[in-house]
Design a protein around this ligand. Structure first.
Ligand code: HEC
Ligand code: HEC
Length: 461
């Protein structure tokens, strides 16, 4: 894929604003030897610390419905405050924090002054079948709508625009509900840094490979020798710090947070996959296990007591799924990462020549619909029966399909042309760039009864 050249003047302006904002900050020493990471502390850091400049605050969140299209706004206006807050949360994919009297969203970090920041949980905490869990992908995140509406609300309330409003003007955050342009957190932001993470104007033509991804569950972390869809980086707390690389965070600030990320990593390492909450046909699952051992385990590993996960990367031509993510992070980008502070200046920590996508672990697979790395397939049934995969589909934000295992959805003949931008984003367009639902036809080679047994077995993982 070719890089995109954004207009020099606009870009120059953005860099000046960001550099000015990053001017202050003392370097905090990080002493790894004396430090004992704590998972409990890691969880609190995600909830309480703004690691990137705030996107909104409680005041804007309370008034954000005023930026909605007429019918939605009228409904919100009539509702009592609790119902209105529930509408706001439902719209952006938020759930109230457990054990929090103020009912702050689990998906945003709340600083002491009431500012609300994007956090790991924006994309990595969500609900499935009504059960909320940190570490589960957020299937309902509507990040683009959130940043657009927050900006409109601030303008309406005559509040000054925030740094995030500037960036959001030219960086798309996610075109389909439940997916985000997360690739921006690594490759795009690293182009504004030297290898020591000092903010510098980018030397090369900017490479802006925007496309949407479905967040993986965090319980995979402890099983992986290499992270991310293409398996390019070894797990480490520094790899997780790519999220901090917005130019407003200068080097001292990023490095100063290193111990927080040791804690956050400790928290991620103890996240466990949830168990399937409904009945399982044990006899059918046992048949499915045999099919799995013969047809799937070589790539996806084995499960149960002596389970082994092989961490295999499957060449793109073989797996045949959408290639936009593979093309987005090029060998030269991986090289830059490998020589940087993020990989401890150790090129050995990076796989430069990845050839395709990681065959992911399948623990808790029942809970992580939609499927494939871009979230293009709504249920396991549709993954197993490729001819039935819907072309244009819209998720039902709450309903869970216990039979086909995944999201309930409706389909259309074409993408809708009517309705608000927000409403249209609920529709997944598998013909759009980065959103193909093709490939991974391995299960389709099996008989239909074998596939049904396999589906039953996957519920047990
Ligand atoms: C805007 C959404 C978003 C935010 C915010 C976000 N992530 Fe992610 N995360 C993703 C997506 C999407 C991927 C897949 C990226 C890829 O593989 O290219 C991912 C990948 C990961 C992985 C690799 C998982 C694997 O199995 O390979 C880890 C670990 C992770 N994120 C942790 C975090 C942490 C910790 C934070 C906060 C510091 C965070 N993420 C913030 C969306 C997000
Ligand atoms: C040759 C290796 C290979 C074989 C064989 C294989 N898979 Fe996969 N599988 C992959 C890869 C690679 C992906 C990731 C593709 C992507 O996301 O683009 C994947 C993805 C999946 C996913 C979706 C994971 C998610 O989180 O979205 C499921 C479910 C799955 N495979 C099940 C199976 C089953 C069941 C079988 C046996 C019939 C099987 N696979 C056979 C390589 C394989």
């Amino acid at each position: 894929m070719r890089g995109v050249l954004i207009p020099a003047a606009l870009f120059g302006l953005a860099v000046i604003v960001m550099l000015a904002a990053s001017a202050q900050g003392d370097e905090a020493p990080t002493d790894a030897k004396a430090f004992e990471p704590s998972a409990a502390r890691g969880y609190r850091h995600v909830l309480d610390t703004g690691y990137v400049p705030a996107t909104l605050d409680e005041k804007v969140l309370a008034g954000i419905w005023m930026a909605w299209p007429e019918a939605d706004r009228a409904a919100a206006e009539k509702a009592d405050p609790a119902a209105r807050r529930a509408m706001v949360f439902a719209r952006y994919g938020f759930t109230p924090r457990p054990d929090d009297p103020k009912g702050a969203p689990l998906q945003l970090a709340r600083a002491k002054n009431g500012d609300l920041h994007l956090s790991c949980f924006t994309c990595h905490a969500g609900q499935i079948d009504g059960r909320v869990m940190a570490g589960l992908p957020n299937v309902n995140i509507a990040l683009q709508s959130l940043v657009e509406d927050a900006r409109a609300t601030r303008t309406a309330l005559k509040l000054p625009l925030r740094a995030h409003d500037m960036a959001a003007g030219f960086i798309p955050h996610g075109g389909t509900t439940g997916t985000t342009n997360a690739v921006v957190f690594s490759i795009v932001l690293l182009q504004f840094r030297n290898q020591d993470l000092e903010v510098v104007p980018p030397k090369r033509r900017l490479h802006l490979p925007h496309h949407d991804l479905d967040a993986p569950p965090l319980w995979h972390y402890k099983r992986k020798t290499h992270l991310y869809m293409d398996g390019f980086a070894k797990p480490s707390h520094r790899a997780l710090m790519q999220f901090l690389l917005v130019p407003m965070n200068n080097k001292a600030k990023v490095v100063g947070f290193e111990n927080d990320y040791r804690d956050i990593q400790a928290w991620i390492q103890q996240v466990e996959a949830p168990k399937f909450p409904y009945e399982i046909d044990k006899a059918l699952a046992a048949q499915g296990e045999k099919v799995f051992s013969a047809s799937c385990a070589a790539c996806h590993g084995t499960y149960g007591k002596d389970g082994r996960y092989p961490n295999r990367i499957i060449p793109l031509e073989k797996v045949g799924t959408d290639r936009a993510r593979f093309d987005a992070i090029r060998e030269e980008d991986r090289l830059v990462y490998s020589r940087s502070w993020l990989s401890e200046y150790d090129p050995q920590r990076v796989r430069l020549d990845t050839s395709g996508y990681v065959a992911p672990p399948l623990d808790g697979i029942w809970a992580t619909a939609p499927y494939l790395h871009n979230g293009s397939v709504p249920t396991l049934h549709h993954l197993f029966f490729p001819d039935e995969r819907p072309r244009f589909w819209k998720r039902d934000p709450k309903a869970y399909d216990k039979t086909r295992i995944g999201l309930k959805f409706e389909t259309a003949e074409a993408m809708p042309t009517e309705g608000s931008r927000h409403d249209k984003r609920h529709w997944f367009d598998t013909t759009a760039k980065g959103k193909s639902n093709q490939g991974h036809d391995f299960p389709a080679k099996l008989s239909k009864p074998a596939r049904r047994a396999l589906l039953e077995y996957l519920k047990t993982l």
